[in-house]
Design a binder for this molecule. Sequence first.
Ligand code: 13P
Ligand code: SF4
Length: 304
Amino acid sequence: MTTAEIQERILKLKKEKDFCILVHAYQSHEIMEIADYTGDSYGLSLQAAKAPQKNIIMCGVRFMAQVVKTLSPEKKVFLANGNAGCPMAEQLTREDVIRMKEQYPDYAVCAYINTTSELKTACDVIVTSSSAVDILKDYPAKKILFIPDCNLGRWVEKQLPEKEFKFFSGGCPTHMRVRKEDVLKAKEEHPEAEFLVHPECLEEVVDLADYVGSTTGIMAYAKKSDKKKFIIGTEASIVQHLQYECPDKKFYLVSEALFCHNMRMTTLMDVLNTLEGTGGDEIIMSEELIKDSLKPIKVMMGEN
Ligand code: 13P
Ligand code: SF4
């Protein structure tokens, strides 16, 4: 089958079988084309709760599908490729968090959404890259233990000087590969370009940015801007999507190392196999795990 034939079959089947397809911004262009919704981690969470269909396919990584299941427990939720996990989500366990809470009893635990559902049950509030500052600004606790991404945490800390933060030394292995030297070299090659970066990058990289934001934030900024050239400091797929959507502008990837193998694992055939019942990984969670991991997610969604 050609790509167009696979896409046609997916679109037909998803309608017939009442499926909603949620796609993270790091997926390929051909997967974006069959999506009901594309966006960043926060947008996908909001959409998960709103989707009218009975079944959902997540094209992204495992923690995203778990959040969807938690927000829509009555629906059948599938991760299109069951091997796609986020390495950052495995950096800490629930037991590690419980030990940290014993060490810092007067700190509220704020976890990045890139964590397992089990870990979320030991947390007070969940944030995403696009929602962290707004949520923690209004959050009643002054002392925040921010896990696992210390780079995102430090970027949030700079914007909330009234809070006291403690960090764990974790982070995204993809974004952490970008170095200050990569940025300086790209800026030298493209002196008129603006540098747009994801807050999962190292502090020394984020400090050189003209704009810092989530995947959706970076795309929206570049599309709206009057500028014509941009150096992109997030997963390489965003350069491809932006180049396609803004053919009159130029986008340069800051480092070839910005490639997330997990996010690139999912194929159109995985989506088709999931719809045909021969593939995909159904997310199964106990009622207790759903109830307990929902609590800090609801704080993020302003529903606590
Ligand atoms: P956002 O979707 O919040 O931009 O995060 C990027 C990411 O690395 C997701 O795994
Ligand atoms: Fe995880 Fe980083 Fe890949 Fe996102 S880009 S899925 S945070 S490893």
